[in-house]
Structures are given as structure tokens and as C-alpha cells.
Write a protein that binds this ligand. Structure first.
Ligand SMILES: *[C@@H]1O[C@H](CO)[C@@H](O)[C@H](O)[C@H]1NC(C)=O
Ligand SMILES: *[C@@H]1O[C@H](CO)[C@@H](O)[C@H](O)[C@H]1NC(C)=O
Length: 292
């Protein structure tokens, strides 16, 4: 078997997965410099929200995610995340399989690239772990006063050693899963666990600085392959940036009701929780108005 061929398949599947999660291979990587220190953000003494979640409000978070792609000799069910493993040590284990997740997305060079790949590229799946909480916090900073410009975000992934430990334990759990008897038919024997990790860490799409090789500890793997799972939260926490009625402190007639008000992000995709919160607060605000 030729590893070079596998490599192309692997890179294609990883591209599909990252694209599904909002990455485009042709775009530059966002600046997720996880070691940048949020505590250096100035303390807010005035209500001009240039830094959200920094300083005294400092609670903006993003759950670090690390995924491993496992090519399969057998076709596997097309599945987005359906079952979530909740561990005792503080990370969630999730899986997605069997599909070019870029399919159906609007046209772009990355989508075209993926649509031209052989369908066997996507035979297999990802098992990922998402760190609960997390404990590490960061901040969001406006670059300009133009609301159409992207802000600068710094999540400080793994700044707290407990988050890194949870990632390591999550990756060890994924190893147990794929080394299990039940998984045997869905992986290639010659693609050993260290090779799968090495491929993930060294994928060309991974634009983070690369250090990992199979002789290194999993901490290095976690830092080299961390990415977002798009569950940012906490930038407008209740009691810090908004009050108990979700009104922005110090601002007249402005409420924020979305994931930025969460202390913690729920286990999987947060949209149901966000919709429930929006519905609940919408009904509450309307009934208060009607009562007056
Ligand atoms: C990323 O952002 C941080 C904080 O704004 C900055 O110090 C650092 O230089 C940036 N890194 C790159 C590669 O732009
Ligand atoms: C890990 O991946 C890199 C990049 O593809 C490769 O050069 C290296 O030989 C691999 N190491 C092992 C032990 O497979």
C-alpha cells in the first residue's frame, strides 16, 4: 500500500470536514494564538465596549476541539454528530462520518476541489473530542468601529493546564475506541494509531505551527491540532456585561440574548439552547410590554 495515495485521500477528507466547520482551504487561518494573554487587556472603567470579555468581564471562551480522521475500508453510514460521549474527566467525544461535508455548499475553490475528489476519500469518519467549559478564557477586540469588519479574537486555548489534560484524556479515549474489536472492520491495519495522529498533525490544511511526531507526548498533538468547534460563548456574561434581564450594563435599551451570555457551552451544538433562550426571553419581554 502506498502512503502517498492515502495521504491525498486523507488531506481531502480533512479539507471536507474543516470546510463543513466553516474553514475554507483557500483562506488564511484566523489568528487563534492560544498563548496570548487576556489578562493584559485593560480593565474596563468606561462603557465603551472595545474589548469584550477582556479585563474585568474576562470570560469569553471557545471549546478547544481536536479531531482524528480514520479512513475505512468499508462504506460507513453518512452521519453528522448523533451520539455524544460524556466522560467523567471533562471532555465530550463525538463523531461524524461518510460524507463530503462541503457538498451543497455554495461554490468556492475549496468546494470545487473537494467535489472533484473520489468519493472513497470520504469513506471513514472523524472522531473528535471537545473540552468542556473550557476553563481558559480569552477576549474579543474590535479592530475598527466599522461593524462589518471582523474583530480580533484570542481564545487562549489550553492556557489552563486542566484543559490540556482533558484534551489528552479525550484523545486517549479516542484511541481506545478505534483500537476496540468493534472498530476493527472500519480501519486499515497498516494505518496504526501513531500514523493516524501524525497524519492529522501534519495535514497541509493545518496552518498552526507543527511540532508533533509520533515520539512526542499527546500534549504536543493537542496544541498542534487544536481548532474551534464554533461554540464561542461568554463574551457578554450575565452579571458582567449584561444584567439578569440581559440588558447591557450602562447602555440604554440594548439587550444581548445569545450564546455570548452563557457561562458554559452545552455538550454539543448550542443552537437549540440559544433558540430556547431567545424564545423564552422574547415571550417574557412581550408579556412585560403588554402588561404596561
Ligand atoms: C495574533 O494576535 C495577537 C493578539 O492580537 C498578536 O499579538 C499576534 O502578533 C498575532 N499573530 C499573528 C501571526 O498575526
Ligand atoms: C509524520 O508525518 C511527516 C509529514 O508527513 C512525515 O515526514 C514523517 O515521516 C511522519 N513520521 C512518522 C513516524 O510516520
Amino acid at each position: 500500500m502506498n502512503l502517498g495515495w492515502w495521504w491525498r485521500l486523507f488531506a481531502g477528507a480533512l479539507a471536507g470536514f474543516l470546510f463543513f466547520h466553516g474553514f475554507a482551504a483557500t483562506e488564511t487561518a484566523p489568528n487563534y494564538s492560544f498563548m496570548y494573554d487576556a489578562t493584559s487587556a485593560s480593565t474596563l472603567s468606561y462603557y465603551d465596549y472595545i474589548i469584550v470579555g477582556g479585563g474585568t468581564a474576562g470570560c469569553m471562551s471557545d471549546n478547544p476541539m481536536n479531531a482524528v480522521f480514520i479512513p475505512s475500508p468499508l462504506p460507513v453510514e453518512v452521519s453528522l454528530i448523533q451520539v455524544v460521549g460524556i466522560t467523567h474527566f471533562g471532555s465530550y467525544i463525538e463523531a461524524a462520518s461518510g460524507e463530503n461535508f462541503a457538498g451543497g455548499a455554495s461554490s468556492s475553490p475549496a468546494v470545487e476541489y473537494m467535489n472533484n475528489l473520489d468519493e472513497t476519500t470520504f469513506r471513514g469518519g472523524f472522531i473528535l473530542e471537545k473540552v468542556m467549559g473550557p476553563i481558559s478564557t480569552g477576549h474579543l477586540e474590535l479592530r475598527t468601529r466599522n461593524p462589518n469588519d471582523n474583530p480580533s479574537v484570542t481564545f487562549n486555548y489550553f492556557k489552563d493546564p486542566q484543559d490540556l489534560q482533558r484534551c489528552v484524556q479525550g484523545i486517549q479515549t479516542i484511541e481506545k475506541i478505534i483500537e476496540s474489536k468493534a472498530f476493527f472492520r472500519f480501519r486499515y491495519e497498516f494505518l496504526s494509531w501513531p500514523i493516524l495522529l501524525n497524519m492529522t498533525a501534519n495535514a497541509p490544511l493545518n496552518l498552526l505551527p507543527k511540532h508533533y511526531n509520533p515520539s512526542m507526548p499527546l500534549e504536543v498533538f493537542c496544541k498542534d491540532t487544536v481548532m474551534t468547534i464554533w461554540h464561542y460563548h461568554g463574551g457578554c456574561q450575565v452579571g458582567k456585561v449584561v444584567d439578569l434581564d440581559y440588558k447591557v450594563l450602562g447602555v440604554d435599551a440594548l439587550r444581548v440574548i445569545d450564546g455570548s451570555t452563557f457561562n458554559d457551552s452545552p455538550g454539543t451544538n448550542p443552537q437549540a439552547t440559544v433558540m430556547m433562550l431567545g424564545r423564552y426571553m422574547g415571550v417574557k419581554i412581550l408579556s412585560e410590554r403588554l402588561a404596561n
